[in-house]
Write a protein that binds this ligand. Structure first.
Ligand code: TYM
Length: 331
């Protein structure tokens, strides 16, 4: 599988169900890029325990997430799909990179600031060093490109800074990665509070890939808009309507002006119903396929085992190079 193609790495935490936001911001790009890149896609369970988890639920969600990766169209013959904790090199490289990362850099990370507010009773060292582990994920595979939503851009930039610093000291070691952020759908907003990012922590404004069609339609019907009637794209002035237009276009492949024209003079009721229908049409086959795959645990286990082996093969190469460069004695 390793060839001349440029490399991609990305991951999602099994910290909850996959959302429409993670689909439009990241997963859709993952699928589109698998033809032209060597792709490594991960279920980052080690990142997930930076916030307290129920062990049985974490296990279940990791398995469900793998089924959903496959159901959206990631092809295990073309990309490596694996679980982060199965490849110990992630933690080993993270330790080393942590020694090349400044305390101040980590303190400036927006996600750390937000999460330490949300979990004020449990601000762990893991939560603080989270971006270092993420840098290790990316750099182990010498990724050129990291497809993520807009909220992860800062972490990818920090990864690049760490890589550059390391290369500056020891000579070329790591490929410098770039974030790949889609033009449309990089930041899907909450349906109930369109000033905020759509997130699993606010379930009523969040659509999950595994939601039933009736729940999806209900969430869109209740979506917050504004006191006007015009379907027009204006994120600052009309955040709710603009978010719905983004979701509609991301789901159907239409352009924003085309969608504005389609709903001209129709009022918000018909518009919201049409967005709901478009999302149902997008997600129903994914839900069906993921449910089918979850019935075949042995198949899923085979995929993640094979993925871990292939990933480890690449990760070992980078790690031993790094260990040599920093001066560890070979065994
Ligand atoms: P996480 O687990 O939050 O993964 C979600 C992915 O989906 C994107 N996303 C969104 N995009 C648009 N609109 C939204 N409302 C929305 N919500 C989520 C996120 O940007 C992300 O791409 N730190 C990462 C996980 C990670 C990782 C990595 C990513 C760990 N190691 C290495 C890339 C490379 C995270 O918390 O994503």
């Amino acid at each position: 599988m390793e060839g001349q193609k440029p490399k991609i790495f990305s991951g999602i935490q099994p910290s909850g169900e996959l959302t429409l936001g993670s689909y439009m911001g990241a997963l859709r790009s993952w699928k589109a890029l698998q033809d032209d890149y060597d792709c490594v896609y991960c279920i980052v369970d080690m990142h997930t325990i930076t916030v307290r988890q129920k062990p049985a639920e974490l296990r279940r969600r990791a398995m469900e997430q793998l089924a959903q990766y496959l159901a959206i169209g990631l092809d295990p013959e073309r990309c490596i799909l694996f679980i982060q904790s199965h490849v110990p090199q992630h933690a080993e490289l993270a330790w080393i990179l942590g020694c090349y990362t400044q305390f101040g850099e980590l303190g400036r990370m927006t996600q750390f600031k937000q999460k330490s507010q949300q979990h004020a009773e449990n601000i762990t060292a893991g939560l603080f060093t989270y971006p270092v582990l993420m840098a290790a994920d990316i750099l182990l595979y010498q990724a050129d490109l990291v497809p993520v939503g807009a909220d992860q851009k800062q972490h990818v930039e920090l990864c690049r800074d760490i890589a550059q610093r390391f290369n500056g000291i020891y000579g070329d070691t790591f490929t410098l990665p770039e974030p790949f952020i889609p033009k449309l759908g990089a930041r899907i907003m909450s349906l109930s509070n369109p000033e905020n990012k759509m997130s699993k922590s606010e379930p009523e404004g969040c659509v999950f890939l595994m939601d039933r069609p009736e729940d999806i339609r209900r969430k869109f019907k209740r979506a917050v808009t504004d006191s006007e009637t015009e379907v027009r794209f204006d994120p600052a002035g009309k955040p709710g309507v603009s978010n719905l237009l983004t979701i509609y276009c991301s789901a159907t492949g239409k352009e924003i002006p085309e969608a504005e024209a389609e709903f001209a003079g129709q009022g918000y009721g018909a518009f919201k119903a049409a967005v709901g229908d478009a999302v149902v049409e997008l997600l129903a086959p994914i839900r069906q396929e993921a449910s089918r795959l979850l019935g075949d645990k042995a198949y899923l286990e085979g995929i993640y085992r094979r993925g871990a082996e292939a990933a480890q093969c690449q990760a070992r190469k980078t790690l031993s190079k790094v260990q040599r460069k920093v001066g560890f004695l070979p065994r």
